[in-house]
Design a binder for this molecule. Sequence first.
Ligand code: SF4
Length: 380
Amino acid sequence: MSGDLQPDIRSLTHVALQNFFLQHGGRKFRADQTYNWLWKKGCQSFDEMTSLSKADRLLLTHHFSFRVAGVDHFQASRDGTLKVVFRTHDDRCVEGVLIPSADRYTACISSQIGCALACNFCATGRLGFSRNLTTGEIFDQVVALSGLAGTRRDEKYTEGGKKKNLENSTVPGHNLSNIVFMGMGEPLLNYENVTQAIDRITSTDGMNLSPQRITVSSVGIPKMIRKMADDGVKFHFALSLHAATDEKRNQLIPVNRKFPLTEVSDSLKYFYRLTGERITIEYILFDRVNDTRSDAQALAGFCKSFPVKINIIQYNQVADSGFVKTSEEKLRAFVEFLEQKNLVINVRKSRGEDIDAACGQLAGKIKQNAMLAEPSTPED
Ligand code: SF4
């Protein structure tokens, strides 16, 4: 049987794995061992499952494949930010970013290949949508970035390092202080795979990281925000707001026309009522677009309905986007206004400015180069 025709082993639940072994005359605990190899140890081939008998490994090889998102290459910024390009089994590229601060490491993870929402300031939005990432591919990013954080501590990698040099460091562990779903794609439009990956990252039979270290960031899909609340999720939620009037937000985030701010706000009230969780508001400042006093006033008004923490983010320039980073002076005035309203504000400086660190930039370049090198296929 061809590897490509076999289902990905990581698409199976624990119970489905148990049923598989029972159906094939095996014992349930083989499924537990396999599950452990997949989600606790983060292994990416059947050969690594050395506690299984050769016959069991052969059985798995015969029925399943691994659809791995492997590290292809990375760019290291002067400020320590590491942008990693992963290549999927179907030869597509997706990005993850490792962001150091003091002795902490945050992994920024992608949830989709490309994105259909086409926000005007975003490099990923220009790529269009290819497909959702699988649970395994999301998990692969976490394992690899966690391994890189560990390796980085040991200063074992060098800029431009290739997959070969990284293989020994891709072991899961607790090297990450935070995981944020702020990379390529809209996570709430790949809800099942994202929440399943978070389950594998946080469960005791997986990586066993606290869900309090995880933030899912979305432009705001009201139906899915309500679903998160109904499902009682334990991770944090961040709304990428970027403008607090429909008129301005429509210009930045086209999907706002479909889900205007009142609908988003109502769903956040519902989320807060059910979870009691404070909401993070992400607000990128763009020069002369959303950085005036009246914009700050609108933002303060939007934040009255539920407890929030506001992250003010400096724009990471995307070439030809038409958007420009706000000056330090305007940023300070904006922040001071909000602080006077007793709002909790964090200012996030842009990172990795000397590399293609804005979400989707590096994958965009790779896609562009590939299109120049080869005739386009219908899938592109
Ligand atoms: S900002 Fe997020 S939702 Fe908007 S296009 Fe980029 S990846 Fe998609």
